[in-house]
Design a protein around this ligand. Structure first.
Ligand SMILES: NC(=O)c1ccc[n+]([C@@H]2O[C@H](COP(=O)([O-])OP(=O)(O)OC[C@H]3O[C@@H](n4cnc5c(N)ncnc54)[C@H](O)[C@@H]3O)[C@@H](O)[C@H]2O)c1
Length: 361
């Protein structure tokens, strides 16, 4: 019998790509998602890529009773990959309570529900935001958390503290926290990518929308940071490299049963926002309309990963370069423009009111 893994938030951006990779490597997947920030068409396409039906339990992790029931129903699972959370720094600054409630209560309900089962392995979606304004770069896993720069970052710090204490003191659950840097790109089939659910805050959806004439331009929040060109430095990582890392991490977790381990998942290359825009322009042959605005609350100046530990321990090394990231991100947007279902959603939310710098059929 195949080993069963529960994936929370499996219909979201990182979750959908990871479900495909986990299913391809032989796991039986159950997805728990309230679909609040997911697109049903993406979930249909996940199953199309995998070639079989994957059960989806529509459960809100903030709701104890339905979480308990769903976990009990799938208590023969060996592990959980926990993606379900809110993810936007700026939104968390505006709505801190929503972030604490969803990201912390959701995690606690899930952990409490798991307590009575024999589920043993837990992979957690953490974030490079836990490092805050790091004292030195690249950041390594041993570095202490600096002050969280946003409620979102605080929820990830709190979650990691809870998971570590639980693993150390209670001892049953074996936990790996994966600290993602900035995922971009899409699946090589271009059947799935980042769906535009909610207000897109991250750089790539905004670049795509501006290039397509669906936003007037993108605003770069701050050009007075202490970086080479004044814009913030981030570590962009292709979504497929990230998805593949989860398969390796789950395998490693099962084989090694650590108490609690943490891995950075980034490329180690810090790029400024302007450098990313230039790469997008160069590799796609399209101009990106942008202007500068004030700094955005919650953003740090620079963060990029040391990936040494993930390579040494998990044998994971990102394969895709920035060219593939910017080309895949744009190509996925074009697929959405050319697919009636996605096109309709784009037209409803972001009507094409501005001049596009690319041709869109
Ligand atoms: N995308 C990034 O830039 C990034 C970077 C670092 C860490 N992360 C973390 O990775 C995880 C996944 O990110 P993503 O980009 O795929 O986000 P996403 O918003 O695309 O997906 C999150 C999924 O979780 C579901 N969800 C949210 N709250 C839920 C709840 N209470 N109950 C059930 N389902 C719920 C949503 O419907 C959605 O399908 C998150 O924990 C996020 O904080 C993301």
């Amino acid at each position: 019998m195949q080993e069963k893994i529960i994936v929370t938030g499996g219909s979201g951006y990182i979750g959908s790509h990871t479900v495909v990779e986990l299913a391809k490597s032989g796991y039986d997947i159950i997805c728990l998602d309230n679909m609040e920030r997911a697109d049903r068409e993406i979930w249909n396409r996940v199953q199309e890529i995998v070639g079989r039906e994957i059960p989806l339990e529509e459960v809100d992790l903030r709701d104890w009773e339905s979480t308990r029931q769903a976990i009990e129903k799938h208590s023969d699972a060996i592990g959980v990959v926990h993606f379900a959370a809110y993810k936007y720094v700026s939104e968390s600054v505006r709505k801190p309570m929503d972030y604490f409630y969803n990201n912390v209560i959701g995690l606690l309900n899930l952990l409490k529900a798991i307590e009575k089962t024999s589920i043993r392995y837990f992979l957690f979606s953490s974030s490079c935001s836990v490092y805050g304004n790091a004292k030195s770069l690249p950041v390594t896993e041993e570095m202490p958390f600096e002050e969280a720069e946003s409620p979102y970052a605080r929820t990830k710090q709190i979650a990691e503290h809870i998971l570590k204490d639980l693993a150390v003191y209670e001892g049953k659950l074996k936990v790996v926290s994966l600290r993602y840097f900035n995922p971009v790109g899409a699946h090589p089939t271009y059947k799935i990518g980042e769906a535009l659910v909610g207000e897109p805050e991250n750089l790539f959806p905004r670049i795509n929308l501006a290039v397509a004439g669906r936003l007037p331009q993108i605003t770069i929040f701050g050009n007075d940071y202490p970086t080479r060109d004044g814009t913030p430095i981030r570590d962009y990582i292709h979504i497929m490299d990230l998805a593949e890392a989860h398969v390796l991490a789950m395998k490693w977790l099962i084989e090694n049963e650590p108490v609690y381990e943490v891995f950075n998942l980034g490329t180690g290359d810090g790029l400024t926002v302007l450098e990313i825009i230039k790469a997008f322009e160069e590799y796609n042959g399209i101009a990106v309309p942008y202007s500068f605005g004030p700094r955005r609350k919650g953003d740090v100046a620079a963060v990029y990963a040391s990936g040494e530990k993930a390579e040494r321990v998990l044998g994971w090394k990102p394969k895709r370069k920035v060219k593939e990231m910017v080309v895949d991100a744009w190509r996925w947007h074009l697929v959405m423009e050319q697919t009636p279902y996605f096109r309709k959603r784009l037209d409803e939310k972001f009507p094409r009111e501005y001049s596009a710098t690319a041709s869109i059929v």
